[in-house]
Design a protein around this ligand. Structure first.
Ligand code: PLP
Length: 429
């Protein structure tokens, strides 16, 4: 499963040349990128912010699990049961290493980032938020980091406040400073915006929040696939992410939280696995992290999350970030030169931006843009990208969005530029 790592460490990995990733070789490890669409066009996948493609290592690990050792975890006293438990717990250690968690018991497996945020909102939130308490969010949050907090403050009669953004999609830390005078109990914000690509200064924001006495939840769904994440350096209290955006299967994800927080939190879901002892009228809880993993987990997916984490760790996330930054530096001016009428959104400085490019072609609805691009084999997302308040703030009904991952190349960007020319031709603009 981690065969690639020693080669990378020894400098013999052909996918790394002069300290940089060789995207063509990485691309070759993703079978779907070699396929053709119904019109015989090769797939140009520019929707990785929605969900990433999977490398062979991940696909094969899933296959191996079901062929060779499919069995429930923490139950069977037989060989394949022990093997699946060992692989499941090894994946937890891989994920912990990937985000530099100090203790793998602080990694709770969830189905995705949404479930991880809901876990915190229900378990920590319902015990710690009371009438009049304030939670600070930002105007750029994905609905997954907004709606759970709306439900919580509605129930508890608390309040939400929002860090505003500038017109080019950067958080107003000066206003954040003012909001902190309200002494919020929690500040929750995204590490990287799924819509604008903005990379937020999460360590600085966490320090500011802690100085005001608030706990911090960071939504890392768009960060873990693209930038190095070190939860100890960020010093957040909760860090959440989904596996499917970081090359792992759907149904995998994680919540990392500091041990003392997890130990003090009541269970979220209840049932098998999360208990130590059950009596008819009361039960005792299992240790962390299993206290939060009720029922049979998505074993194969979480094992595979470990494989994906090892795959990315072998490449080094600093190199992944560098590759995507270079691609963004190529794409932003190339798009603006080829199509000067294009509206581009988000910060134009690649130093604070991930590989996400929202755009509009004046006079053409983004859904039509995406549909015509699809005929050329180009997959982009169109709509509100689960950030309706952000679109409202920017006075936009919708946008088309191209987004990169480790396997994206300049050829993808060139295809997009040609695809947009075709869209304009079809609509006569
Ligand atoms: N947070 C951000 C920033 C996202 O981009 C997404 C998904 O797009 C989510 C949370 C929710 O992820 P999931 O649907 O995998 O739970």
């Amino acid at each position: 499963m981690t065969l690639i790592e020693p080669a990378a460490a020894l400098g013999t990995d052909p996918r790394i040349r002069d300290g940089r990733l060789v995207p063509e070789l990485i691309r070759a490890e993703f079978p779907i990128l070699g396929t053709l669409n119904a019109h015989g066009r090769p797939l140009v996948y520019l929707d990785s912010a929605s969900s990433s493609q999977k490398p062979l290592a991940v696909i094969e690990a899933m296959d191996t699990y079901y062929r060779e050792y499919n069995a429930n975890v923490h139950r069977g006293i037989y060989e394949i049961g022990e093997r699946s438990t060992a692989a499941y717990e090894a994946a937890r250690r891989s994920v912990a290493r990937f985000i530099n968690a100090p203790d793998h018991h602080e990694v709770v497996f969830t189905r995705n980032a949404t479930e991880a945020i809901n876990l915190v909102a229900y378990s920590w939130g319902r015990r710690n938020i009371a009438a009049g308490d304030v939670i600070v969010l930002t105007e750029m949050e994905h609905h997954a980091n907004l709606v759970p907090w709306q439900l919580l403050v509605q129930e508890k009669d608390g309040d939400l406040e929002f860090i505003p953004i500038t017109d080019d999609g950067v958080l107003r830390l000066d206003v954040f400073e003012v909001l902190l005078r309200l002494k919020p109990k929690l500040v929750a914000f995204t590490h990287v915006s799924n819509t604008l690509g903005t990379i937020n200064p999460v360590a600085e924001m966490t320090r500011m929040a802690h100085a005001a006495g608030a706990l911090v939840l960071v939504d890392g769904a768009q960060a873990v696939p693209h930038v190095p994440v070190d939860v100890q350096a960020i010093e957040a209290d909760f860090y959440v992410f989904s596996g499917h955006k970081m090359l792992a299967p759907t149904g995998s994800g994680a919540l990392w939280a500091r041990r003392e927080l997890l130990e003090a939190m009541p269970p979220f879901l209840a049932g098998g696995e999360m208990i130590r002892e059950v009596h008819l009228r009361r039960s005792d809880w299992n240790d962390i992290p299993w206290k939060f993993e009720a029922g049979t987990p998505d074993i194969a997916a979480e094992i595979d999350l470990g494989v994906a984490a090892d795959y990315l760790r072998a490449l080094r996330m600093g190199r992944v970030r560098e590759h995507e930054r270079e691609l963004l530096e190529y794409a932003l001016p190339a798009l603006a030169v080829a199509h000067p009428e294009l509206s581009l959104y988000g910060p134009m400085d690649p130093a604070i931006r991930g590989g996400v490019i929202p755009f509009n072609i004046p006079g053409i609805h983004p859904h039509d843009v995406a549909q015509v691009l699809d005929r050329s084999g180009i997959a982009v997302r169109a709509g509100h990208h689960c950030t309706m308040p952000l679109h409202e703030r920017l006075d936009l009904a919708a946008t088309a969005r191209a987004s990169f991952n480790v396997y994206s190349t300049r050829a993808d960007v060139d295809a997009l530029i040609a695809g947009i020319a075709e869209v304009k031709r079809v609509f006569g603009v």
